[in-house]
Design a binder for this molecule. Structure first.
Ligand SMILES: Cc1cc2nc3c(=O)[nH]c(=O)nc-3n(C[C@H](O)[C@H](O)[C@H](O)COP(=O)(O)O)c2cc1C
Length: 183
C-alpha cells in the first residue's frame, strides 16, 4: 500500500446508514475487524477492548434494552419509542466497550485505546466495502448495554457501530484546514 492508497482509504471512510437491510454482515468478517482493532496502541497493555455483535433478534434486544433504560432515565416518549427499532435499520451492529482501569487515568487511557481501535476497525470495514456508522450509547443506557453485551461492570460503551453493505454513498463533510502550530 502506498501513502496515497492509505490517504484514499482514510478519506473514503464515511458515516453511512444507507445500507441493504437484508444482506447479512458475516460474523467472521466482524471478528477479523475486531482483531485489527486490537492493534491500536494501548498504554500498559491492558487490552481494554470489549466487543459484542448484534444481528437478527439481537438487534431488537439491543433496542429494547436501550429503550427501557432511556425510559427509566426520563427521556421523552418519542425518543424512547424511536430507540426501540433504531437498530433494525442495519443488518448488524457492533457494541464496543472499554474496560475500567485501576485508576481514573488508566480508565481514560483505556478509552483512548479503544477509540483508536474503533477507527482502525472502521478503516478495515471500509477496505472491505462495508458502510459503518459510529453511534454513541444513549445517555443513561451504558450499564444496561454493557450488561446485555456481557461486559464486566464498569465498562464504558464507547461505540455502537451500525454495519451494512452500502446502497448509496453518504455526503462528504468538509474538514477544516489544518492548524499546525510550532512550540
Ligand atoms: C465518539 C463519536 C460518537 C458519535 N456518535 C454519533 C451519534 O450518536 N450519532 C450520529 O449521528 N453520529 C455520531 N458520530 C458520527 C459523526 O456524526 C460523524 O463522524 C461526523 O458527522 C462526520 O462524518 P464522517 O464520519 O462521514 O466524516 C459519532 C462519532 C464519534 C467519533
Amino acid at each position: 500500500m502506498t501513502p496515497a492508497d492509505f490517504a484514499a482509504l482514510v478519506r473514503s471512510r464515511r458515516t453511512n446508514m444507507k445500507v441493504d437491510r437484508d444482506r447479512p454482515v458475516p460474523r467472521e468478517l466482524v471478528e477479523q475487524l475486531c482483531e485489527l482493532a486490537q492493534w491500536a496502541p494501548n498504554h500498559k497493555r491492558t487490552w481494554p477492548w470489549r466487543f459484542a455483535f448484534a444481528e437478527g433478534d439481537g438487534r431488537a434486544r439491543l433496542g429494547e434494552t436501550i429503550s427501557a433504560a432511556m425510559e427509566a432515565h426520563g427521556d421523552e416518549p418519542a425518543k424512547v419509542a424511536k430507540a426501540l427499532t433504531k437498530y433494525l435499520r442495519t443488518p448488524a451492529s457492533l457494541i464496543v466497550g472499554a474496560a475500567e482501569g485501576d485508576s481514573p487515568l488508566r480508565t481514560a487511557e483505556n478509552r483512548d485505546a479503544v477509540a483508536a481501535g474503533v477507527q482502525t476497525l472502521l478503516l478495515g470495514a471500509t477496505a472491505h466495502g462495508l458502510a459503518t456508522y459510529w453511534g454513541s450509547c444513549p445517555k443513561g443506557a451504558n450499564d444496561a448495554v454493557a450488561t446485555l453485551a456481557g461486559f464486566e461492570p464498569g465498562t464504558t460503551v464507547v461505540a455502537i457501530i451500525y454495519l451494512g453493505w452500502p446502497v448509496e454513498p453518504a455526503a462528504v463533510p468538509e474538514r477544516p484546514a489544518v492548524a499546525l502550530r510550532t512550540v
